[in-house]
Design a binder for this molecule. Structure first.
Ligand code: RFL
Ligand code: PHB
Length: 393
């Protein structure tokens, strides 16, 4: 027996993109069903991004899910850039009039899931073998298995919010897709620890031993990263070795303030730039990591997923309210214009701060000269700041 269901928008993936889309649509009276392949505990505990652009925070407020964000989120008016022992600050507030908020992606997801489950509509957890059908007609379908049963969900539209490894992108016609990719020859080793941060702002550090980042989740929880080689094994990095490496790379002042402690999470992530175009085919629309990936250096991944959702919900709402299809037809073009600029910024920040070549090479001297230039130029600092706080949409 196949169970049959009907909804307006079928959403694949309960990550930040799928959850925010469902919430914004519901506020406009549009129903959706979210199909998620993992369970709730897994989605709520995945440690990922931590910096929200002002536009992302505004969207979460518009979605009515920012009560805890406004209470617990840490507003940051700038970041520090370190190059060896030399430090300088980029003052977002002064240069752009904007700020960012430090609030974990896990918390964003928890807030959105709580709102969804308080009456907005279903999230089908543990949905297996999700497949997309009939995107060229006006009744696309999603099929999946759950609780040992086959299900068939008929929709008006399908939103593919299922991340880089999802099925949505693979359901687009292969002859339509063009992909652009840069894989970096290093990764980030990240740790989370219940210790106070070493600085009240983030520190991005270029060092001859490799990049390091000091970040945080709260006044009592720190998140740190170091550049590592791709074949690195976690077992080779006991906590003490990571703290020692962070102290070297972040400079003496940060090292003196660093409180160390046992890690509560430790992982290695590869770095990748990736864009798949177009973001739409027929009635299937992609948003977030399903369509593009950035290296984490500019803190753009989550924020880009949120701006895609802004354009997509606006287009769907226009269609449902007035029948106008122009915003839907332009969705891919509109979203990609912002995606490419964030790709550029993330690629540039990655190249500026990571060890790619020997310290005696021409390329390393170019990094040092560029950092020196940024330290002394208000114009260069403004360019960095306006990209970091998020380009308008
Ligand atoms: P997500 O968060 O990957 O959510 C996709 C959801 O879809 C589900 N899914 C499926 N569901 C049904 N059927 C299928 N076949 C499915 N396949 C997948 C998944 O289980 C998941 O729940 O994508 P979304 O919503 O587009 O959000 C994007 C952000 O999560 C992402 O851009 C950032 O987290 C990227 N990112 C980071 N960004 C930052 O700005 N700073 C960071 O420090 C940072 N760290 C990270 C990251 C991404 C990582 N990934 C993807 C490996 C660290 C990691 C490990
Ligand atoms: C984080 O806190 O996880 C984080 C912050 C800034 C980045 C990347 C990750 O650029």
């Amino acid at each position: 027996m196949v169970s049959q269901m009907r909804t307006q928008v079928g959403i694949i993936g309960a990550g930040p993109a799928g959850l925010l889309l469902a919430r914004l649509l519901k506020i406009q009276g549009i129903d959706s069903v979210i199909l998620e392949q993992r369970d709730r505990a897994y989605v709520e505990s995945r440690i990922r991004a931590g910096v929200l652009e002002q536009g992302t925070a505004t969207q979460l407020r518009d979605a009515g899910v920012a009560e805890r964000l406004d209470r617990e989120g840490l507003v940051h008016e700038g970041v520090e850039i370190a190059a060896g022992e030399r430090h300088f600050r980029i003052d977002f507030q002064e240069l752009t009039g904007k700020t960012v908020v430090v609030y974990g992606q896990t918390e964003v997801c928890k807030d959105l899931i709580a709102a969804r489950l308080a009456g907005d509509g279903p999230i089908v957890w543990n949905a297996a073998d999700v497949a997309v059908h009939d995107i060229d007609g006006n009744r696309p379908r999603l099929t999946y298995r759950c609780d040992g049963q086959d299900h068939d969900l008929v929709c008006d539209f399908v939103a593919g919010c299922d991340g880089f490894h999802g099925v949505s992108r693979q359901s687009m016609p292969a002859d339509l897709l063009r992909t652009f990719e840069r894989v970096y020859p290093f990764g980030w080793l990240g740790i989370l620890a219940d210790v106070p941060p070493c600085s009240h702002e983030l520190i991005y550090a270029r060092h001859e031993r490799g990049f390091a980042l000091a970040s945080m989740r709260s006044p009592t929880r720190s998140r740190y990263y170091i550049q590592c080689s791709l074949d690195e094994r976690l077992e080779a990095w006991p906590d003490a070795r990571i703290w020692e490496e962070l102290q070297r790379r972040l400079g003496r002042a940060a090292a003196a303030r660093m409180v160390t402690g046992p890690s509560i999470e430790k992982s290695i992530a590869p770095l990748r730039s990736f864009v798949s175009t177009p973001m739409q085919s027929g009635r299937l629309f992609l948003a977030g990591d399903a369509s593009h990936i950035v290296p984490p250096t500019g803190a753009k991944g989550l924020n880009l997923a949120m701006s895609d959702v802004h354009y997509l919900q606006r287009a769907l709402v226009a269609w449902y309210k007035t029948g106008a299809a122009d915003l839907l037809e332009r969705y891919s073009e509109t979203a990609l214009a912002r995606v490419w600029k964030a790709e550029r910024f993330s690629w540039w920040m990655t190249g500026l701060l990571h060890r790619l070549h020997d310290e005696a090479s021409f390329e390393a001297q170019m990094q040092i000269a560029e950092l020196d230039y940024i330290a002394s130029s208000r114009a260069a600092q403004t360019a960095l700041a306006e990209n970091y706080v998020g380009l308008p949409y």
